[in-house]
Design a protein around this ligand. Structure first.
Ligand SMILES: Nc1nc2c(c(=O)[nH]1)N(C=O)[C@@H](CNc1ccc(C(=O)N[C@@H](CCC(=O)O)C(=O)O)cc1)CN2
Ligand SMILES: Nc1ncnc2c1ncn2[C@@H]1O[C@H](COP(=O)(O)OP(=O)(O)OP(=O)(O)O)[C@@H](O)[C@H]1O
Length: 211
């Protein structure tokens, strides 16, 4: 099964990297359009984003909008301790940046600006692959899985809402699941929004599945 995941990961990563800059810009604008007026975004004050890398769908316009609206915006950092853990750090106006060991830009670590993940309202996760039931394939480091592992202890959590972001071309028929996988609450692509109705009844105002 690990081989399946590895092969699939390689294929889906090259598919998203093959998108042209124009396709990337369009996808990013579509993402903005789908979320900017959504109750989930409007009501969330503490939101974790990511800086797009490796062809990921780019939430930068949404991040810029969130900052203009005075929301508290966080990014994942992997240069803290322990090394296999990810921390969410609130970005500041005069933020200093560094590159992590994967070559991804992240804020220079500052413990005082980090928040435990359960304090966040919304976490936007970059997906390598997904299926229509909410299974997710990430970069393979297990960072999101480990950071969110506490959620396995209870079926329903009100926050943070976990929203996976991906290009439509990253959708597959069925993903192999692993015991440590943490289910998503929803997925947004440049073409659709899918909700899984685990905890979103109060926030996802537009039904279980919508275009
Ligand atoms: N934009 C973004 N930021 C993010 C993540 C992400 O997926 N996207 N992460 C989400 O987890 C964390 C970084 N996780 C990563 C895990 C693996 C690889 C990666 O490229 N692995 C290489 C081998 C790396 C090496 O050891 O040199 C590979 O699989 O080929 C990159 C990032 C934190 N920040
Ligand atoms: N809760 C956990 N505790 C310890 N190790 C874990 C946990 N969750 C995942 N892992 C480890 O992380 C590794 C990567 O897992 P997987 O292939 O599912 O990554 P992924 O979901 O694609 O990545 P990510 O979570 O970073 O997006 C696996 O080898 C797994 O053993």
């Amino acid at each position: 099964m690990n081989d399946d995941r590895r092969i699939l990961r390689r294929r889906l990563r090259s598919a998203r990297r093959a998108l042209t800059p124009a396709q990337q810009r369009k996808a990013s604008q579509e993402l903005l359009r789908q979320l900017i007026h959504h109750q989930l975004f409007i009501r969330s004050r503490h939101i974790a984003f990511y800086l797009a890398n490796d062809g990921e769908i780019d939430p930068a316009p949404l991040l810029a909008a969130a900052r203009r609206l005075g929301k508290h915006c966080y990014l994942p950092i992997v240069t803290g301790w322990p090394a296999d853990r990810m921390h969410f750090q609130r970005i500041s106006r005069d933020q200093r940046w560094t590159k992590n060991r994967f070559g991804i830009v992240e804020p220079v670590a500052n413990r005082q600006r980090q928040a435990p993940v359960w304090r966040l309202d919304l976490v936007l996760l970059p997906l390598v692959g997904f299926d229509s039931t909410g299974n997710r394939l990430g970069m393979g480091g297990g960072f999101y899985d480990r950071t969110l592992a506490y959620r396995r202890r209870r079926k329903q959590w009100t926050r943070p809402v976990l929203l996976g972001l991906a290009h439509h071309c990253q959708k597959v028929e069925r993903l192999p699941t692993a015991s440590w996988d943490i289910p998503l609450d929803g997925i947004v692509t440049d073409q659709e929004k899918i909700w899984f109705q685990r905890c979103l009844s109060s926030t996802a105002s537009d039904g279980s599945r919508s275009k």
